[in-house]
Design a binder for this molecule. Sequence first.
Ligand SMILES: [Zn+2]
Length: 492
Amino acid sequence: MRLVLAAALAVPPAVLVLASGAPPGARISPGAAQGPAAESPSPVVDALEPADLVARIVREATARGRAHELLTGLCEAAPHRLSGSPGAAAAVEWGRQTLVDLGFENVRLEPVTVPRWIRGRTARFQVVSPPEAAGELATIALGGSVGTPPGGLVGPVRAVRTFAELDALGERARDAIVFFCRPMERTSVDAFAAYGAAVPQRTQGAVRAARAGGVAALVRSITQRLDDVPHTGALRYEPDVPRVPGAAVSTLAAERLEALLERHGEVVGRLELDCRDAGEVPSWNVVGELVGRELPDEVLVVGGHLDAWDVGQGAHDDGAGCCQSIEAVRLLADLGLRPRRTIRVVLFMNEENGLRGGSEYYRTHFEEMDRHVLALESDRGGFAPRAFVTDAGPRGREVLEEVVALFEPYDAGRLLAGPGGADVSPMRGAGVVTVGLVPDSHRYFDVHHSASDTLDTVHPAELELGAALMAAFLYQVAERAERLPPNPRIGR
Ligand SMILES: [Zn+2]
């Protein structure tokens, strides 16, 4: 692999516009694809070994990284940015203005129609019987849920850990509030595996409850932490199945409710939600580029999702991924590294409750999918980077293994096998290789989709290192003389 570093001191000022330490608002380049594209790389840095180049990027990010500063700006400008909300519109404007201020090229908004769901003011679950156990539990509506009738709905609480247990309830499920109480298991390494195992009770609980004759689904929050903060997230309805409301209770509340059922046998609850569906509204993906030096039509996408649940600040999910994506490209530009191919930042809208941004990007850019070399997503929290994951076939994987091995000194030298992320997943259909940044996952689900997902839980050094490794990864692939081999197209 040949590396080219247009080092700050060796490149004419016109090329290296964003010099190290440049003030905020400095430009990546004075114009679009002109000027910089014609420059030849510096012979001085041409000789830089790949590992030294990575070290250079990491040093820069450690000393002057701006991912955390960007994330602070996003969390202040648009803390609650569920699709279609005023917060989401503010986030779009923040993204556009940020890319413009940083001097990204070809900054634009690409239209996406998104669902709008309004949480409302009331999410309450109360134990009403037996009278000595009466009281309220910490509750939150699941995203997309229908509301209850005014005053709420009342029914016996039936606890199940699995869908099989629900089926076994038979008539006892009728008119019941079905309580899915399976805890998210503790894990040694990969919390995502435990999340994947537990999350169907949230996504499918309402449909399963309705099919069994129940009137609502009440779910134990999908988190390993034991506290009183309930976690939201999307539920899905199906055509032909009555839409019953779905809500989550905190893990402590779930344990209290289980204990009550154990003690009293029969517990009656009341669930009241005033959330509602508000149709579809226009929104946008935010796009900006560092145009390639020699092969500007070949594109590497890097991104995260700009929407977030409307509790907390969406700092980890996925403000972190958006800001790391922006910062990765800013770092390269700041170091005078304009690779052969274009790197395109995409801040996707509506990952959380529809994936419309990812789907629309794929549709809008379908004609140029064969020129998409790779799509990298960061959407697993802003924690210390530990690995990358990719769905690349054997030939592409060989290349990426070489790249990721460079991250060994930063404890992130492993390349796992799997899809890169939700927003970039539609592109897999066209054979685009997807990649994901994989950070440490132990603390992610403590805050995920809850009021606890706030800026103070993001450690700047962890966030900046992730951005630095993303920058190094993108550069290595974008700069290669030979294009990364694509995957086979799926189903076409
Ligand atoms: Zn996310």
